[in-house]
Design a protein around this ligand. Structure first.
Ligand SMILES: *[C@@H]1O[C@H](CO)[C@@H](O)[C@H](O)[C@H]1NC(C)=O
Length: 190
């Protein structure tokens, strides 16, 4: 069993090393948004830049967060595919540790492990910097990052401040890709 696990991890590592989000050793421990208030964070966010995520290939990527009656957050992500179709996925997010409200755990499928969703910096009304990292036995980690905005465009000064924060954490910002947020008319209803 142990050997199978190692072989599996190596396969996962090989897969992710192609995507350049794979790194040796454990996840970094970034500083989080202080006094994070999830209520003010609800609503729609548009993806401006991201660390390559293989499962998101569309344009006009957006996320809508709303409160569920049980206090969890409903996550509705959508994107416009090149064939003009809208692809969307729903999940839930919850705060696991009330002393760390800026760390949410997001799940999309029961079969997949939950991913951390760490809000590093947000002013709630214009920008948000989100980081996610999963650690595999302390041997390697895979990370993702998103620069989000309340509007489809974010001013370049804010974008470069957020990229500087990632650089300070040791993230290679050259790996960030820019999300096309033009001609998103079809997404109005998403
Ligand atoms: C979070 O924000 C909401 C909406 O502005 C506010 O009503 C609530 O008191 C805030 N919670 C805390 C703990 O500050």
């Amino acid at each position: 069993m142990a050997l199978l696990k190692v072989v599996f991890l190596l396969l996962v590592a090989a897969e992710f090393s192609q995507s350049q989000s794979f790194h040796m050793y454990s996840c970094p421990t970034p500083s989080l948004q202080v006094n994070f208030n999830v209520t003010q964070y609800l609503g729609t966010w548009y993806e401006i830049q991201k660390l390559p995520a293989m499962f998101e290939r569309g344009d006009c990527v957006q996320a809508k967060y709303s409160l569920l009656p049980d206090g969890q957050v409903r996550v509705h992500n959508s994107e416009l595919l090149s064939n003009g179709k809208i692809n969307s996925i729903e999940g839930t997010a919850k705060i696991l540790d009330p002393t760390q409200p800026a760390v949410l755990s997001v799940s999309f499928f029961r079969a997949l492990p939950d991913s951390p969703y760490m809000v590093l910096s947000t002013d709630y009304t214009s920008y948000s910097l989100v980081y996610s990292c999963s650690d595999y036995l302390g041997l390697f980690h895979i990370d993702f990052a998103w620069i989000l905005s309340r509007t489809r465009q974010l001013n370049s000064a804010t974008v470069s401040q957020l990229r500087d924060k990632l650089t300070a954490m040791g993230v290679d910002v050259k790996r960030l890709s820019v999300t096309d947020q033009t001609d998103c008319g079809a997404m109005v209803s998403a």
